[in-house]
Write a new protein. Structure first.
Lengths: 442, 212, 199
C-alpha cells in the first residue's frame, strides 16, 4: 500500500514529510524502519540552558543517546578586536568575555601583560591585595549567580532571590570601589585604576559578617532538601580520568576529589600569603559541585577578611606601578564635577611637570610598548583555569590575544556527562558546569 | 619578528607628520642554549631519553620570561605529544588548548598552532609550537592524545584555517556553518562599519588614524 | 514608534475597526492601560545585560513584579515584550528574528544596552550593529550594562508609550506622518549639529 507522504533519503536515513490524513500509514512505515531517532533541539533561546547554548539531543524515549552542543551564538570577536587597541584598552574588551567574573578576565590579561613587560615584581603590594580582594568578591558574586540560576533551572525559585539579594550587596562594593557594578575595567596593567575610597575597608568588614549569616539561607533551603538531592545526586557523573583528558578544571575537577586549585599550586598576586582551604568533594556529581561552590563562598570570605587586615596595614601605599612610562596616569578621583582626573594630577601636569603631561598624552593615545615575545598566565576563575596567552611584536598593540577560557573546555564534557541519562539531567549537568556563554564564545 | 614603519596609522599622502620613514625593528626571543634553567633542563633531558628522535623533532627551544617553548616539526608532533603525556617523569596529562597565531611575514611558516600543556603531577607548564605554511595548512590532530583538544582544534580551524587531520568532526564552531573565510587571520578585515554621529562619521577601528 | 511597526499590517481586533471619535479615544485609553500594566517579558538574555535583567527581576531592591512583569515567559507566544539584552552575533541574528516573529501581536521590543542598540563597543565582523537591523525597536536603552534602575526607567517610559498608543484610524494617520518624516530626513552624519542655524 503506498503512502501519501513523500519521503527522501538522506545521510541520516529516510525523512518523511507528513501532510496529514496519511499519518497512520506513515507511522506504520516508520515503525518498521530499524532506527527510530528523535532529534530535539534545545535551541539557543531557552530558559534552562544558561545562556545562548544550543543542545542537540538524540532521544530514545526520555533517554539521551547522543548530545551535541552548538556554540558560537555569542561570538564577539573580542580576541581580534584587541589587536586594534592599545594594551590598556584591551582590558575593557577582555572584561566582557566572562561577564559574571569580569575581574578574573582582567587580572589574567594584566598578569600576562605584566609578565611580558617584566614588571611582575614591581606591581605594588597594595594593588595585589586589592586585586585579590576584588577577585574573591567576584568569586562570591559569580557563585551566587551559579547557585541561583542553577536552582531556578531545576525548578527551585526561592534560592534565586536569596542569591541575587546577596549579590547586590557585593555589587555595591564593586560600585563603591570601581564605579561600576559589572564589566568594570578596574584592573589595569601595572596595578589597579584607583585606590579604595574612604571607609571601604570598614564597610567590607561589616558586609562579610552579614554575608556569612545570609549564606545560611540558601544552604538551609537546599543542602538537606530531599528533592534537590534526588535531582542532583549521581547526575552528571564525570570522573577524574574524564576530567583530565577533557581538560576540565575548576569545581567540576575538584568534585572528583582532585585538590587542584591554581591559587595554591601556582600562586599569583600573592595568594601564597593567604590562609584558605581548597574544597573538594568525592562524588563526581552535580551535588558535589554544588556543595563545593557553597563552601568556596566561605573560603572567599576568609580571604577577604585577611585582605582587609593587609589593606589597613598598607594604607596610603601606591596602587600603580612606579614606572611612569607604563603606569596609567591620573589616578581617578572624585573631582568637583563628579568623577574625573584627580585635581593634583591636573595641577601637576599643567603647572610643574612637562614630562608628566607628555607621559599622560603618549600613554593614553599611543600606549606603552611591550617587548616582543609570548606569555601564558592563568588564574583560578570560579569556573576553572582562565589563561591568557598573549603574543607581542614589540608594539603598542597586542599581536595576538588568546584566552583559554574554562567554560569552553568544561562545556565539551556535557556529552560525556549526559549521554545515557534523562533530559532533566542535562539541565542539572549543564548548570553544574556553570558555563558562561561569553566565556565560551568570546 | 616584524618591522614597523611609520609613526601613525596613515600612510601615503595622508601622512604629513614626517615620521613616515621611521622604521622600528623589534627583537623577538631567540633560540636558547643549554642550560635552560629551572625545570626546563629536566624536561629536555627526559624528553631526549624517552623520545630518541628528539633532536629531529625540535626546531627551536625558546626560554623566555620563565616559560619554555618547544618548536616541534609537524611530522613528529603526535609522537612528541604522546611521549609527553605518557612518560612517568614528564606526565603532561592536561592540554589546555590550541591557539592559532598567524604570522603573514613568516614566509612558509605562516600559521602557528600553540599547545599549552600542564602537568598536574609535577606542577609544570610547557608550550609546544608548530608552524605550517599557508599553502598546506595540515596538522595531525591530537584528539587521541588529549580529548579536550577537540573543540580547540575546531576553533583553530574556524578562526585560522588550520586543518587537523584525524579530527573526528572538523567543522566551524564559533562562526555560522557557512561563513566564508577565517576571521582571525591577519588578512581578514576587522569588518566594522563606519559609525555615524551628527555631523561626522568615525571610521571602523582598523581604518582609523591612530598613534602606533 | 508603534505606528511604524503597525505598518506591517497587523489588525488586532475590534478596537482597530472603530471609527475615529470619542469612543475610539476611550477604547485607546483602556486598551493602553490594560496592555501596559501587565507586560510579560520574553527571556531573551544574551550576554552581560541579561544579568542586570535577572537582577531587576529577582533582586529585592529592583523588583519589577510591582509592574506585573516578573513573569519572564520562556515561550515567545506568551510574551509581550522582548528585551534584547546583550550583543547579537551574526549567528544569533536569525534566531532573534524567528523569536520575534513567533511573538503574537501586540508586541514591543526594548533594546537593552549599547550592543543591542548599536553594536556597542564591538564594531566588527561578528556582531550585528544594532538589533534594529533585524527587528523593529520601540525603545533604546544605552549603557554597558545599564543599571537595573536605568532598565526600569526605560520600561516605565515604554509603559507611557504603550498607554498612549493610538488605534484604528488614528494609528493609520500617525503611520503616514512618521513615514513622511522619515523619508524627508537626512542621514545622521549630515544632520545639522545642535546650535547651528539649521536647528
Amino acid at each position: 500500500m503506498s503512502t501519501f507522504a513523500s519521503s527522501r533519503e538522506t545521510t541520516e536515513g529516510t525523512i518523511y514529510s507528513v501532510t496529514g490524513g496519511d499519518w497512520d500509514q506513515v507511522a506504520s512505515e516508520i515503525g518498521s524502519a530499524k532506527e527510530e531517532r528523535v532529534v530535539v533541539n534545545m535551541g539557543p533561546q531557552h530558559p534552562s540552558t544558561h545562556g545562548v547554548l544550543r543542545l542537540m539531543l538524540e532521544l530514545e524515549g526520555e533517554t539521551i543517546t547522543e548530545l551535541r552542543c552548538g556554540i558560537g551564538y555569542l561570538h564577539t570577536g573580542i580576541e581580534k578586536n584587541t589587536e586594534f587597541r592599545t594594551w590598556t584598552q584591551g582590558v575593557t574588551f577582555v572584561t566582557r568575555m566572562d561577564y559574571l567574573s569580569p575581574l578574573f578576565n582582567e587580572t589574567a590579561y594584566c598578569l600576562s601583560v605584566e609578565k611580558l613587560l617584566g614588571i611582575t615584581n614591581d606591581v605594588p603590594e597594595r594593588a595585589s591585595v586589592i586585586r585579590v580582594m576584588m577577585m574573591e568578591f567576584n568569586r562570591i558574586s559569580s557563585h551566587m549567580v551559579a547557585l541561583g540560576t542553577g536552582a531556578l533551572e531545576l525548578g527551585a525559585i526561592t534560592p534565586m532571590f536569596f542569591a541575587f539579594r546577596e549579590r547586590e550587596k557585593v555589587l555595591d562594593v564593586f560600585e563603591k570601589v570601581s564605579g561600576l557594578r559589572m564589566n568594570m575595567a578596574y584592573v589595569r596593567p601595572g596595578g589597579v585604576a584607583q585606590d579604595l575610597p574612604e571607609g571601604t575597608v570598614s564597610h567590607i568588614r561589616d558586609l562579610v559578617k552579614d554575608l556569612r549569616k545570609n549564606f545560611k539561607d540558601n544552604a538551609d533551603l537546599l543542602i538537606g532538601n530531599s528533592i534537590w538531592i534526588k535531582r542532583t545526586k549521581d547526575v552528571g557523573y564525570l570522573d577524574l580520568a574524564g576530567c583530565i583528558t577533557l581538560g576540565v578544571t575548576g569545581p567540576v575537577l575538584r568534585s572528583t576529589g582532585m585538590p587542584w586549585d591554581l591559587r595554591k599550586t601556582q600562586p599569583y598576586c600573592g595568594y601564597e600569603n593567604y590562609d584558605f582551604d581548597v574544597i573538594t568533594a568525592d562524588t563526581c556529581d552535580v551535588y558535589g559541585r554544588f556543595l563545593i561552590r557553597m563552601q568556596e563562598l566561605e573560603q572567599s570570605l576568609r580571604i577577604i577578611e585577611q585582605c582587609c587586615d593587609k589593606l589597613d596595614a598598607l594604607d596610603g601605599a601606591p596602587v600603580m606601578v612606579a614606572d611612569k612610562k607604563i603606569a596609567w596616569p591620573a589616578q581617578l578621583a572624585l573631582g568637583g564635577d563628579g568623577l574625573g582626573n584627580s585635581l593634583e594630577h591636573i595641577r601637576q601636569i599643567m603647572g610643574t611637570s612637562m614630562e608628566a603631561l607628555i607621559h599622560h598624552f603618549k600613554i593614553v593615545t599611543e600606549g606603552f610598548r611591550v617587548p616582543a615575545g609570548q606569555v601564558y598566565s592563568a588564574v583560578e576563575s570560579p569556573r576553572g583555569e582562565l589563561g591568557a596567552h598573549l603574543v607581542s611584536d614589540g608594539g603598542t598593540r597586542p599581536y595576538r590575544v588568546h584566552f583559554r577560557t574554562p567554560s569552553f573546555s568544561n562545556l565539551q564534557s556535557t556529552s560525556a556527562m549526559c549521554e545515557g541519562s534523562l533530559i532533566a539531567d542535562v539541565v542539572a549537568a549543564v548548570a553544574s558546569i556553570d558555563p558562561v556563554m561569553g566565556d565560551v564564545d568570546r | 619578528m616584524s618591522e614597523q614603519k611609520g609613526m601613525f596609522g596613515a600612510s601615503g599622502t595622508g601622512d604629513t607628520s614626517g615620521y613616515g620613514g621611521l622604521e622600528r625593528a623589534s627583537i623577538s626571543p631567540t633560540s636558547a642554549q643549554r642550560p635552560y634553567g629551572s625545570y626546563f633542563d629536566d624536561i629536555a633531558d627526559q624528553l631526549e631519553r624517552a623520545f630518541p628522535e628528539f633532536h629531529d623533532a625540535i626546531e627551536k627551544v625558546v626560554v623566555d620570561r620563565d616559560e619554555l617553548t618547544l618548536y616541534i616539526k609537524r611530522e613528529k608532533l603526535f609522537d612528541v605529544a604522546k611521549t609527553l603525556r605518557d612518560t612517568e617523569t614528564l606526565r603532561f596529562e592536561v592540554c589546555l588548548g590550541v591557539a592559532g597565531v598567524h604570522y603573514p611575514e613568516d614566509k612558509n611558516r605562516e600559521l602557528h598552532a600553540v599547545y599549552q600543556l600542564l602537568s598536574m603531577t609535577h606542577n609544570r607548564r610547557i608550550r609546544l609550537e608548530v608552524s605550517v605554511p599557508d599553502s598546506d595548512p595540515h596538522l595531525p590532530s591530537l584528539v587521541e592524545v588529549w580529548a579536550g583538544t577537540n573543540w580547540h582544534e575546531r576553533e583553530a580551524y574556524d578562526m585560522f584555517g588550520i586543518i587537523f587531520d584525524g579530527h573526528p568532526a572538523l567543522t566551524r564552531i564559533l562562526m555560522p556553518d557557512d561563513w566564508p573565510g577565517h576571521p582571525q587571520r591577519k588578512d581578514y578585515p576587522l569588518g566594522g562599519i563606519p559609525v555615524e554621529y551628527i555631523g561626522a562619521t568615525v571610521p571602523a577601528p582598523d581604518n582609523r588614524r591612530s598613534y602606533r | 514608534m508603534a505606528p511604524r511597526r503597525i505598518g506591517m499590517g497587523l489588525i488586532v481586533g475590534l478596537e482597530e475597526k472603530l471609527p475615529s471619535g470619542f469612543l475610539l479615544t476611550t477604547v485607546e485609553k483602556l486598551a493602553g492601560y490594560m496592555r501596559k500594566n501587565s507586560l510579560w517579558p520574553a527571556t531573551f538574555g544574551l550576554a552581560c545585560c541579561a544579568i542586570e535583567m535577572m537582577a531587576i527581576g529577582s533582586a529585592g531592591k529592583y523588583d519589577i513584579s510591582r509592574f506585573g512583569m516578573e513573569v519572564f515567559r520562556a515561550s515567545p507566544r506568551q510574551a509581550d515584550l522582548m528585551i534584547v539584552a546583550g550583543r547579537v552575533s551574526n549567528k544569533m541574528a536569525p534566531v532573534v528574528r524567528q523569536i520575534y516573529d513567533q511573538m503574537t501581536a501586540p508586541k514591543w521590543v526594548l533594546s537593552m544596552g549599547a550592543c543591542a542598540s548599536s553594536g556597542g563597543m564591538f564594531n566588527n565582523y561578528a556582531i550585528v550593529q544594532g538589533v534594529d537591523h533585524i527587528i523593529p525597536v520601540d525603545i533604546y536603552l544605552p549603557g554597558c550594562p545599564p543599571r537595573p534602575e536605568m532598565l526600569m526607567d526605560a520600561i516605565l517610559k515604554l509603559h507611557e508609550q504603550i498607554g498612549n498608543e493610538k488605534l484604528g484610524v488614528n494609528r493609520a494617520k500617525i503611520i503616514k506622518e512618521v513615514e513622511a518624516a522619515a523619508l524627508a530626513s537626512l542621514p545622521t552624519h549630515q544632520a545639522p549639529v545642535f546650535g547651528s542655524k539649521a536647528d
